[in-house]
Design a protein around this ligand. Sequence first.
Ligand code: UT7
Length: 340
Amino acid sequence: MIAVRNGSRARARLVALGAHVPERVVTNAEIETWVDTTDEWITTRTGIRERRFVAEDEAASDLGVVAAERILDEAGMAAADVDVLIVPTASPDHIFPSTAALVADRIGAHKAAAFDLNAGCTGFVYALAQACALIESGIGRNVLVVGAEALSRLMDPTDRSTCILFGDAAAGALLVAEEADAQGVTGFLGFELGADGSGGHDLVVPAGGSRQPLGAVDAPGDACIQMNGREVFRFATRVMVDSCTRMLEAVEMGIDEVDLLIAHQANSRIIDHAVPKLGIDPERVLNNLDRYGNTSSASIPLVLTEARDDGRLEPGHLMLLVAFGAGLTWGSTLVRYEPA
Ligand code: UT7
């Protein structure tokens, strides 16, 4: 892409959603055969009943390609018209090249700038902020964000505190430029984003980077997700409420004005804890943890795509999105769903 900044007054508008999950269903009963756990423990402690895993020959980009094509179909846009493709992911195909570059090539987005964004499970909200900024600064007009995760590849199947939680999926959204004064366009009302690296060790894949190259792995678990579940749980319950509250206060809105609350799908208990604290009607809170588990950067657009398909998400709805994850990071945004 090439951009000349000429006093753009564009606003970003979220026009389309889409998702793709791999075929293989892994039930709690199957996990009972790997580690000392029970379906009852997993269901009551997390809300998860099953999740999807990629096949042996599949990686994050394979899921991302299908999701990207579905989003563009939904919008009626050709891949050649995408200016920027952002892939938030914590489980990229490689350290480099970026998963985004691989997806862009395969869908035919040959004009697009493409890059990955790593903000753990907050990746989708961070990527929306990037996409919004690129559009509103006049750098790109059509920005595709596709969270693509194959976390099962980074999971230790002998660690019962993590192998029950994660699943694979890709999902995302298309943002387009709309003139700022166009009627009815409200786009993104704001973002509340943060990071606290002092908690980085609480959710980490220690090896495979420059700190501990794969060649220097001592224990096989070092190349897998390691999590201090209790600490992350405490952090997540706190920031989910705080971030949403700060976001609403910043735009002087009340929770009653929000049509749907969509939290990162990490654990139903985190969402259940936040709902009464935020004072939102539980009917307006989305949750599909039972079928997909924690799909990191894909979880928010995955549950949104489902809600679009079953009619719970309607054109014009104001959505409060909130996420938290490795970094530790967190973020929320208020955005209206405005399909073309
Ligand atoms: O997306 C990024 C953000 N990630 C998250 O938000 C995850 C946040 N953390 C969690 O969701 C929860 O901490 C877990 C689901 C990981 C764990 O649930 P918990 O209620 O926090 O359990 P715990 O770690 O406090 O462990 C309670 C007990 C322990 O036994 P003892 O020490 O009390 O005897 C664990 O060993 O449960 C045991 N335990 C299990 N038991 C059966 C831990 N995992 C399992 C398991 N099955 N899978």
